[in-house]
Design a protein around this ligand. Structure first.
Ligand code: NAD
Ligand code: IPM
Ligand code: MN
Length: 347
């Protein structure tokens, strides 16, 4: 029987609950589809940091490299460890080290879910650049604590990095409805974003079958709320994509519905699958986290592993669950009840 080796990183807060839920569903889906998933779970988290002084061991990246994929819950517990320490100690280095440059985040309403817009006519695929841009970590502070203090955070956009994410976006658009929205702020940011627009323009000649439109990030935020049905594939930089995908989560009914795949398209290292949301300290330990985003992310993992039938089975079970009104209204159903419903819908 084919077996895939999966590294589980439940992380902090509700990350633990939703990863357990996703794992139960994925294991059963694998069994029903004639393959198996072999999990190794690592406790790397803010608690781990408090005990060991780092978010993961020094060879953490090398440990993860041997897996077929990584399933992550959420990282961050700001009351114990500053976010700038925890995220730069675990989540962000994995995305960079494994060149997971394409972050795919789908936004659509599941059956029975009422988003704030009450519109079921949209199906947006956000493609977020995931390894450079505003998250490059280049910068510093001088004259700290004085009136003359200056803080600099430099965004780094490379031709290679911008070209590959735009090409990825064009290819996704080509495989869907043929529309690509490229997001910048080139009216104000005259180096990096003009550079991005120029590359978009140049690549568009290679994809005559794709209708490409450049939008400014502010106008795109309004469009996603006012006319989400006018969008197909949306490609954006690291920070802009981060913000737009929480907005995307909101229009699809809440953070608990938004899935995400950090993809290494060359398959030179493992890809990582995780919900868009964080550790949700405000609801951790209440047993009410919506596991659907994590389960959906798991379906994206199965698709990536080359098991599309199992992925489709998981998606159909999520949809059967929300269509029955279970998990469709944020906060109404417990994590366990939603998970049990998805599990029984699997067959
Ligand atoms: P968050 O996404 O954790 O929570 C935002 C709001 O959405 C909260 O009100 C929360 O209760 C709600 N929410 C989130 N997921 C939910 C779910 N599955 N079901 C129901 N409600 C849900 O964002 P935050 O509060 O800004 O961040 C909390 C911590 O998580 C911080 O440390 C942050 O840095 C971290 N974070 C990590 C990731 C990640 O690991 N990928 C993503 C985002 C935030
Ligand atoms: C996400 C998260 C992360 C990001 C944070 C926790 C660093 O918000 O995955 O969307 O900004 O990438
Ligand atoms: Mn985010």
């Amino acid at each position: 029987m084919k077996t895939y080796k999966i590294a589980l990183l439940p992380g902090d807060g509700i990350g633990r609950d939703v990863t357990a839920a996703a794992w139960a569903v994925l294991e059963k889906a694998a069994r029903l589809n004639g393959f198996s998933l072999d999990a190794t779970s690592y406790p790397w988290s803010c608690d781990y940091y408090l005990e060991n002084g780092s978010m993961m061991p020094a060879d953490g990246i090398e440990i993860l490299r041997s897996f077929d994929a990584i399933l992550l819950g959420a990282v961050g517990w700001p009351r114990k460890v500053p976010d700038s320490v925890s995220l730069h100690g675990l989540l962000l280095p994995i995305r960079k080290a494994f060149v997971q440059y394409a972050n795919i985040r789908p936004h659509r309403l599941l059956p029975g879910v009422q988003g704030p817009l009450r519109s079921d006519g949209f199906n947006i695929l956000c493609i977020r650049e995931n390894t450079e841009g505003e998250y490059s970590g280049a910068g510093g502070r001088v004259h700290q604590g004085t009136d003359n203090e200056v803080a600099v955070e430099t965004s780094i956009f490379t031709r290679k990095g911008v070209e590959r994410i735009l090409r990825f976006g064009f290819e996704q658009a080509r495989a869907r409805r043929g529309k690509l929205a490229s997001v910048t702020k080139s009216n104000a940011q005259k180096y990096s974003m003009v550079f991005w627009d120029e590359i978009t323009q140049r690549l568009s000649a290679e994809y005559p079958d794709v209708e490409v439109t450049s939008y400014h990030i502010d106008a795109m935020a309004a469009r996603m709320v006012m006319a989400p049905d006018s969008l197909d594939v949306v490609v954006a930089s690291n920070l802009f994509g981060d913000i737009l995908t929480d907005l995307g989560a909101a229009i699809q009914g809440g953070l608990g519905f938004a899935a995400s795949a950090n993809i290494n398209p060359d398959r030179s290292a493992p890809s990582m699958f995780e919900p868009v949301h964080g550790s949700a300290p405000d609801i951790a330990d209440l047993g009410i986290a919506n596991p659907i985003a994590a389960i959906w992310s798991g379906a994206m993992m199965l698709e990536h592993l080359g098991e599309p039938a199992a992925a489709a089975r998981v998606m159909a079970s999520i949809e059967a669950t929300t269509a029955r009104g279970i998990g469709s209204i944020p906060g109404k159903d417990k994590t366990d009840a939603i998970t049990a419903s998805v599990l029984s819908a699997l067959g």
